[in-house]
Design a protein. Sequence first.
Length: 137
Amino acid sequence: MKKSSHIKKGKVNLAQRIGCIFLKPKIASWRYQRGHRSLAQNLASSGVAAQIISNTMTTNAAKPDQEMREESKEEEEDVGGEEELDDDQIEKLEFIIQFLLDSLKDDDSIVRWTAAKGIGRITMRLSADFADQIVGQ
């Protein structure tokens, strides 16, 4: 690997980190399923040791699990609020995204790889509509 490819990789890495500073981390509700899961229920649904589990499992055990799922959904709704960016931040973010998209055309694979990771990290923090716009370019 050439020295210039290290420099280009560093520039791309720095650009994506600056872009991530403008955007708050966002919990994607489609990505994580928070809450308590029951190993007994998973085994019962897959058919493994279904008779043993059905003998020991009661309907009261499923009720607290359902309540925990409802609470975790409420928490996700609270965290999922959008933040407002001012025009200057939006302009800088557009410049960074364009730089990362241009870096996808670089000759060095390490630079392309780093740019792709940067685009992924930034789009994770955006809403689904904005992320679709970036991926569509």
